[in-house]
Design a protein around this ligand. Structure first.
Ligand code: PHE
Length: 338
């Protein structure tokens, strides 16, 4: 037995252990439930008393040598792992989370400004019928906006189409509600346009509608000026240019003075510094009547605002297509935006 212990001591002193697997199987072969130490301890019980006195300390010495070897080998494999840049004790990184889309950020800001003025939010469907997109808004049957070249129709049915503007939600809400009503209606719209840096076949609008007794064009203008100053800054100027829409009379387009500091400013404002942000006007009496509202008692104003161009100027985005490609390298830049 003495020889056996000495041979094992030598083996322990000489063995080379590389890697955590080797260290572990070495440990088990000596200290495990079926290991060599167990066998030796069993044999030890059988030896006569005076031999025990010599063999006991030897056995202890062997056990300690094995334990020391294991500890040393474990430490050196750990240092090797650290040297290779791997640290198994390091806490894992945070869970990656998404970011708000810039269009969503701007949309929310615009909606909040109108909510603060007492407007309630309403939404309608993207797949619509002719009545809500055109006929209910006083579009004559031959109006070019109904043309196949502008409107996407679903399954060749002329009465199932993608809305070309959020004004359709005006019609849906006039059907549902009694005046007075003061609504802000954000949504996505679709037009069959060639995709480029400046145009896309889908984009986003925010519609506004206010119907009550004695609503005037002055109310409309002041509301829009207040909005522009909240959103673009307190010194912002707006200008109204006469325009035409079938569903408003009189109608206007509204520009905001943005300035010409950068290339993107020049491109988006077409070199003028003025940004056209919306179309608006007094709701045409025909539209009120078509939707069951007495135009002798009530009047109203409406406006429809595009979100994309405002967002492009705010964040200096030179190409509209970025909004819809959802490349994370683009989206990551809006981390921290609310
Ligand atoms: N619907 C119009 C457009 O898409 C905008 C508009 C809305 C104009 C409401 C007047 C009133 O261009």
């Amino acid at each position: 037995m003495k020889d056996q212990i000495e041979a094992l001591l030598k083996e322990v002193a000489q063995v080379q252990l590389s890697g955590p697997d080797e260290v572990e199987s070495f440990r088990v072969s000596f200290l495990g439930r079926k290991g060599k130490m167990k066998d030796l301890m069993a044999a030890f019980k059988e030896v006569p008393g005076e031999e025990k006195r010599e063999l006991g300390p030897m056995l202890n010495g062997l056990k300690q040598a094995v334990e020391a070897k294991v500890k040393e080998a474990q430490q050196s494999t750990r240092t090797a792992a650290q040297a290779s840049g791997l640290d198994a004790t390091r806490p894992s990184g945070g869970v990656p989370v998404g970011t708000h889309h810039p269009l969503q950020v701007v949309r929310r800001e615009i909606v909040e400004i109108f909510q603060n003025m007492g407007f309630a939010v309403a939404e309608g469907p993207e797949v619509e019928d002719d009545w809500h997109v055109f006929s209910g808004l006083n579009f004559p049957p031959e109006h070019p906006a109904r043309d196949m070249q502008d409107t996407f129709f679903v399954e060749r049915d002329p009465d199932v189409l993608l809305r070309t503007h959020t004004s359709s939600v005006q019609v849906r809400e006039m059907e549902k509600r009694e005046p007075p009503m003061r609504l802000i209606m954000p949504g996505r719209v679709f037009r069959n346009e060639a995709i480029s840096a400046r145009a896309h076949c889908m984009f986003h609008q925010i519609e506004g509608l206010y119907i009550d007794k004695d609503v005037s064009f002055a109310d409309l203008k002041q509301t829009l000026l207040h909005f522009a100053r909240c959103f673009f800054g307190p010194d912002t100027d707006i200008r109204l240019r006469p325009s035409y829409f079938p569903f408003t009379e009189p109608s206007a387009e509204v520009d905001v003075y943005w300035g010409l500091k950068t290339e993107v400013d020049k491109r988006i404002t077409k070199g003028t510094g003025w940004l056209e942000i919306l179309g608006c006007g007094m709701v045409d009496p025909n539209v009120l009547e078509a939707n069951g509202i007495d135009s002798k008692v009530y009047s109203g104003y409406a406006f429809g605002m595009g979100i994309e161009r405002i967002t492009m100027l705010r964040y200096q985005i030179g190409d509209l297509r970025h909004f819809f490609e959802n490349d994370v390298r683009f989206l990551d830049q809006f981390a921290g935006e609310r």
